[in-house]
Design a protein around this ligand. Structure first.
Ligand code: NOJ
Length: 769
C-alpha cells in the first residue's frame, strides 16, 4: 500500500531560493496541510528534552550540532569530547573505543550528555547482506526488514546508535555508481522498500532495544546527477520531484524515520544542504517531520564551492537557516562559527533550541542517557550469531534475478557434470562478493562463488578456477584506502596472455562453464560512476571466446548496476544476476544454480540494451505515434533488454481473472483488484504478482503505466491463489504541473497485472466525481 501522497508541495517554493522571506513563500500555499503527523518521540522524551534545554547554555546547545569523523584515536577529539564540544562521532566502530569516548563525554562534560555514534550500516555490519539494489530485487519487504534488523542488532551491540541508511534516492541512470545503494527506478517499489528498511533499523519505534536510529538519505534528488556523474547537479521538474524523487522519502517519514541526511548536489541550482524548500518546507512544514537533519560529510563547507556561500561562516548560517540541525564534517565544522553568529545576533536562541531539540530527543529515546555504554563481550556474541548468516543466505537467495534460461539449462543437474570450470575476475574474490559500503565485515568468512560451488558439489565433481582477465578502474577509488582488499599487481602483457589462455583451456577441458563476470567492489558505490555499461576490461572478449566453445555455459553476474549484456542475452544459454550478494553469496548462488532454491527476484529497474538508451525507465509518458514508440531509434529497439519487474523462475506461472470490484467508482474511493496466479510448472516457486495503472486522460499526461501494487507469493506445483490489491485514492493522485497542486482526476484507467511491467492481462475502471 502506498502512503498518502505528498501534500501540499508548492511549485514556486521550488524555484525560490532560501533567501526570500518566509512570508512571501507562504502566500504560495494553495492546499491545506492534511498529511498525518508521525509522532516519533514520546511525550516523556519531549518533556525531558525541554527540561535539559533549559539547563544548557547556547554554546552547549550549539556544540551538540557538531559531528566529526574519527578514523583513529585523536587527542584533539578527546579534548573536544571532554569539554562537551561535540554531539556526535562517526566511523568509530571498535566497541572498546566507543566506550572510552562515551566515558569522556558522559563523565567530564557539564551536563553529562552522551554522544551519539553514527556509521554507514548500509547492507549489514559484520554479516553482510546483498547490496540494497539487490535487496530491492527481492520485491519482498519482509526480507528487507529482517536484514536491516540483523544489521541494526550488530551495529548497536558495538555501540553504534545511528545508521546512515536507508538510501532512498531514485536512480534512473545506471552510470551513477550509487544506483547500487538504492531500490532502483520506481517510487512505489522504492517507498515499500523504504518503509521496510526504517522498520528494520528502528523497530516499531525509536528506542526499541537492539535497534538504531535510521537516517534516510540523500535529501533529495541526488540520484538524478547530470550524466550520472556523482555529485553533479540535478535538474528535476516539479512534477518529477513530487511524483517520483520525493516519494520514498515521504514514505520513510510516514514510517517514522528519525533522521535525514542532506544531499551533496545542487537541486535546480540551490544546494540541497542549503535548501530551505527541501529541509524545512517539504520536510517539516508539509510532512511534519519531527526528527533532525544531518548534512552529508563536509556538505556544509562545500556550499562555498557551489558558489552559494561566501565563506564557511556564511555556509554555516545558510545550512542552519535552511533546516540542517547537525553538520557532519571530516575535520573542523563550519558550525563551529555559530556561537559567534549567535553573539552577532544572526541567529536566535529559539532557532538554536529548535535545532538541538530533536537531537536530544533522539539521544533520550534511544536510551543513551540510561545506557551509554556497550557490553563488549556481548557484542562479540551478537556479531558471531550464526542465525545472522542464515538470514544473509536467505536474503541473497531471494535477491538474485534469473535473466535467461534457454532449454532449461538451469537448474544444473547434480550428477551430469564431472568437471566444472569457474572463470572470471570476480568469481573468487571475497570483496567482490561483498560489494561496496561494507567496512566491518570479516572478509574471510565471505563465501565466494567458487567456494560456494565447491562446497555444493563436494566430491561429485572437480571444480577448477581461472581468473582469465584482470579488471581495474582507470582512476582509483578513494575508498581503496578503507576497503581491505589487497591491490593486485598489474599483470604484464605476457602474464595477461597466459592467464587468458589458461581460462580458455580450462573451459575447453570442462563439461560445464560458470562464467562469473561483472564489476569489482570499488566499481560501484560513491564516486564510482562510469560513462559506459560495458563489462569492464576484457571481460566481453573472454565471454565471447568461452561461449564460442559451445559448452553448457552459465553467466553469473556480480555487479552493482545493469551492464551491457545484450550479446550475452542472445548467445549465453543461462544468465543469473546475483548482484553483490554479501557474506553468504557463494552459497546462495550455488543453491540457486543447482535448484535447491528457485530464483524469484525481479528487476527493480529497466535493464538497458546499452548506455545510449539511458534513461529508459518503464514509466515514461506516451506521445505522438504510439505504435512507433518501440522504434524511436533507427538502430535498435527503444525497449529495454529486460523490463522493470522482470525475472524468470524454474517454474512457470499463469495469470488470469483480473477483476476490479468497482469498475465504475467515485474519485476518493479505494478500488479492490484481484488476480489469480497459478504455478503451472512442476516445482514449488515464488512469483511476484504486479499491478500497473495508467490514467487515460486528465489534468496532465500520466505515465504509460505505473506500479501500484505487488506481492511475492510462493506456490506449490499446480497451486493457484488469488492475490488482492487495494488501489487507494493516494495511489491515483499526482502532483499536476498544470494545476500546480495535488490532483485526483475523474478518468478511465487501464489496469494490467502479471509478472513484469510488460504484463498484458488488462482491464479498465472509470472514476467519476
Ligand atoms: C558521504 C556519503 O555521501 C554518505 O552517504 C555517507 O553516509 C557519509 N559520507 C558518511 O560516510
Amino acid at each position: 500500500m502506498k502512503s498518502t501522497p505528498l501534500r501540499p508541495l508548492f511549485l514556486n517554493l521550488i524555484l525560490i531560493t532560501t533567501c526570500l522571506p518566509l512570508a512571501a513563500q507562504m502566500n504560495s500555499r494553495n492546499t491545506p496541510l492534511d498529511g498525518p503527523r508521525p509522532e516519533i518521540f514520546s511525550p516523556a522524551t519531549i518533556k525531558r528534552a525541554d527540561a535539559l534545554i533549559k539547563q544548557m547554555t547556547p554554546e552547549e546547545k550549539l556544540a551538540q550540532l557538531n559531528q566529526l569523523f574519527l578514523f583513529a584515536a585523536d587527542p584533539k577529539i578527546d579534548a573536544a569530547v571532554t569539554k562537551g564540544q561535540v554531539g556526535s562521532l562517526l566511523f568509530v566502530t571498535d566497541p572498546t573505543e566507543i566506550n572510552r569516548l562515551q566515558h569522556l563525554a558522559v563523565e567530564n562534560s557539564r551536563l553529562h550528555i552522551p554522544l551519539i555514534f553514527g556509521f554507514d550500516v548500509i547492507h549489514g555490519f559484520r554479516t553482510i547482506f546483498p547490496v540494497p539494489l539487490a535487496m530491492a530485487s527481492s520485491w519482498d519487504p519482509e526480507t528487507v526488514t529482517r536484514a536491516q534488523t540483523v544489521a541494526a542488532a550488530e551495529a548497536r551491540s558495538v555501540g553504534i546508535d545511528w545508521a546512515f541508511a536507508p538510501m532512498l534516492d531514485i536512480a534512473r541512470d545506471p552510470r551513477w555508481g550509487r544506483i547500487m545503494e538504492g531500490a532502483g527506478e520506481d517510487p512505489y517499489l522504492g517507498s515499500a522498500i523504504a518503509r521496510a528498511q526504517v522498520r528494520g533499523f528502528q523497530g516499531p519505534a525509536i528506542g526499541t532495544p537492539d535497534h538504531v536510529l535510521a537516517c534516510m538519505k540523500h535529501f533529495a534528488g541526488y540520484g538524478a546527477a547530470e550524466g550520472g556523474r556523482d555529485y553533479d547537479a540535478s535538474y528535476i521538474s516539479d512534477a518529477q520531484l513530487h511524483n517520483v524523487y520525493l516519494q520514498p522519502f515521504h514514505a520513510a517519514v510516514e514510517a517514522g524515520v528519525g533522521s535525514v541526511m542532506s544531499a551533496y548536489m545542487d537541486l535546480n541550482d540551490v544546494p540541497a544542504t542549503g535548501n530551505h524548500m527541501l529541509q524545512t518546507e517539504v520536510l517539516r512544514d508539509d510532512w511534519h517531520f519531527q526528527g533532525f537533519v544531518v548534512s552529508d560529510a563536509d556538505a556544509v563547507k562545500s556550499l562555498e564551492k557551489h558558489g552559494f556561500a561566501k565563506d564557511p561562516a556564511d555556509a554555516a548560517l545558510r545550512a542552519f537557516n535552511a533546516g540542517v540541525n547537525m553538520e557532519m564534517a571530516i575535520d573542523q565544522t563550519a558550525y563551529s562559527t555559530l556561537p559567534a553568529a549567535f553573539q552577532a545576533k544572526q541567529i536566535t536562541l529559539a532557532q538554536i533550541d529548535a535545532a538541538v531539540k530533536p537531537i536530544l530527543e533522539a539521544k533520550i529515546q534511544l536510551g543513551l542517557f540510561e545506557h551509554p555504554y556497550n557490553d563488549v563481550p556481548h557484542s562479540q556474541q551478537v556479531l558471531n550469531d550464526p542465525a545472522h548468516r542464515t538470514e544473509a543466505l536467505h536474503a541473497a537467495e531471494r535477491s538474485a534475478v534469473l535473466l535467461r534460461n534457454e532449454n532449461a539449462l538451469l537448474p544444473l543437474s547434480k550428477t551430469a557434470y564431472k568437471h566444472i570450470a569457474v572463470i572470471g575476475p570476480v568469481a573468487d574474490n571475497k570483496h567482490d562478493t561483498i560489494g561496496s559500503w561494507a567496512f566491518q565485515e570479516d572478509a574471510n568468512e565471505a563465501v565466494t562463488l567458487l567456494e560456494g560451488l565447491r562446497t555444493k558439489v563436494g566430491q561429485s565433481a572437480k571444480v577448477d578456477y581461472a581468473q582469465g582477465v584482470q579488471v581495474k578502474r582507470l582512476y582509483p577509488s578513494f575508498f581503496d584506502a578503507i576497503f581491505k582488499e589487497p591491490k593486485e599487481a598489474d599483470w604484464t602483457a605476457d602474464q595477461a596472455k597466459s592467464e587468458y589462455d589458461k581460462a580458455l583451456s580450462l573451459a575447453r577441458s570442462a563439461d560445464l562453464v560458470v562464467l562469473t563476470l561483472g564489476e569489482k567492489q570499488d566499481m560501484s558505490g560513491e564516486a564510482a560512476s562510469r560513462s559506459s555499461l560495458d563489462l569492464p576490461g576484457e571481460q566481453q572478449k573472454l565471454l565471447e571466446a568461452v561461449t564460442a566453445l559451445g559448452k553448457p555455459t552459465v553467466l553469473v553476474l556480480l555487479n552493482g548496476r545493469p551492464l551491457n549484456i545484450t550479446w550475452a542475452s542472445e548467445h549465453v544459454p543461462a544468465i543469473l544476476e546475483a548482484w553483490y550478494p554479501g557474506t553468504q553469496g557463494g552459497n546462495a548462488v550455488a543453491n540457486l544454480l543447482f535448484g535447491d532454491v528457485v530464483p524469484g527476484g525481479k528487476l527493480p529497474l529497466s535493464w538497458p540494451r546499452d548506455v545510449g538508451q539511458i534513461p529508459i525507465n518503464y514509466s515514461h509518458n506516451l506521445t505522438q505515434d504510439y505504435t512507433a514508440q518501440a522504434k524511436r531509434y533507427w538502430n535498435e529497439p527503444s525497449t529495454p533488454l529486460y523490463p522493470f519487474g522482470y525475472g524468470l523462475s524454474y517454474s512457470t506461472f499463469a495469470f488470469s481473472n483480473l477483476k476490479v470490484a468497482e469498475p465504475q467508482n467515485k474519485v476518493g474511493q479505494p478500488i479492490h483488484v484481484t488476480i489469480d496466479v497459478e504455478n503451472t510448472g512442476s516445482v514449488a516457486a515464488d512469483e511476484v504478482a504486479q499491478l500497473y495503472v495508467h490514467q487515460q486522460y486528465g489534468n496532465a499526461s500520466r505515465p504509460v503505466r505505473e506500479l501500484k501494487g505487488f506481492r511475492r507469493v510462493n506456490l506449490a506445483p499446480h497451486a493457484k491463489t488469488t492475490v488482492d490489491f487495494t488501489v487507494t485514492p493516494a495511489d491515483l493522485s499526482y502532483w499536476s504541473p498544470a494545476s500546480r497542486t495535488w490532483t485526483e482526476d475523474a478518468s478511465t484507467f487501464d489496469l494490467w497485472s502479471g509478472n513484469s511491467s510488460a504484463a498484458e492481462l488488462h482491464t479498465t475502471f472509470t472514476r467519476t466525481r
